[in-house]
Structure formats: C-alpha cells, structure tokens
Design a binder for this molecule. Structure first.
Ligand SMILES: [Cu+2]
Length: 149
C-alpha cells in the first residue's frame, strides 16, 4: 500500500507527527544538513508492509519537472527501528507512457535509516512512480507516487 502524496497529504502529516512523537522528540528525523530545506511529502508502506518510508523531496515540495532528490527515512513498520544497511534501487517510471529515464538515480545511505536518492529525473508533467526495491536484511518493494505539474 502506498499513499498518494497529494490526496493523502493531511493524513501523511498526522502519521508523520505520530511517528515523530514516538521517537520522543519534537522534531522529525534529523536530515543531513545539506538537505535541511527538504520538505515532508508522504508516508508510505512497502508492498509487503515490512517497511515504513517517510519521504521528503528537495529542492521542491512537491517535486516539479526535472531533477529532484528524494530522501527517505526507512523504519521497520512494526517496531519503528531505523533500517540501515539495506540495498536500495530506485527507478523513476511513467506508467501512462511506459517509459523511465535515461539518467540513472544515485543512492547514498546516510545512516539512521536515511537514504538519499538523487538524480530522480521526472522530466515530463504527469503521474510518475519512483519504483523502489529493497534487499539485504529486508526484501521488499514500494512505489512512491508523484504528480508532476
Ligand atoms: Cu511520459
């Protein structure tokens, strides 16, 4: 199950707030300082509901046409424990047109369950998915949905 960014924005914020409270502090998961301008977008569950993803984008929230960076805070969906050491693959995909992009994403693990996916090239207006594959200690998939104006 994945929550759509636009339609579920309000619920997202509530879920995020609950998650943040559960961490025992007033702020959200600490983002790396070079990504401090990233904004919250959505909370999603992986397909097998093993992982919870709190998703941020930069430089725009929601993302606009062209290159974006997507930041994910990945936790165990049951325990809330940050999930480090996962191998993550990310493919931008436009389902209506059946195409991706020639630019490959780059993924960097920042620790604390935070993964930064850069070079996400959603170059056309319309609905895009960011197809995610997780492997390692957890094997699961997810798709994040973005509406590019
Ligand atoms: Cu297209």
């Amino acid at each position: 199950m994945v929550l759509c960014c636009a339609a579920m924005y309000e619920r997202t914020i509530q879920l995020a707030a609950l998650g943040f409270l559960a961490l025992g502090c007033g702020a959200g998961p600490a983002l790396p300082s070079d990504l401090a301008d990233a904004g919250p977008e959505a909370v999603a569950l992986s397909d097998a509901q093993l992982l919870q993803l709190v998703v941020y984008t930069t430089p725009d929230q929601p993302p606009t046409r062209g290159l974006s960076t997507v930041i994910m805070h990945v936790t165990d969906a049951k325990t809330g424990a940050p999930q480090d050491g996962l191998q993550v693959a990310a493919l931008p995909w436009m389902p209506a047109h059946g195409h991706g992009t020639t630019i490959k994403t780059a993924i960097e693990a920042k620790g604390g369950g935070t993964y930064v996916i850069s070079r996400v090239n959603m170059f056309m207006g319309g609905k895009w998915d960011l197809r995610l594959t997780f492997s390692g200690s957890v094997n699961d998939r997810a798709a994040l949905h973005f509406e590019i104006p």
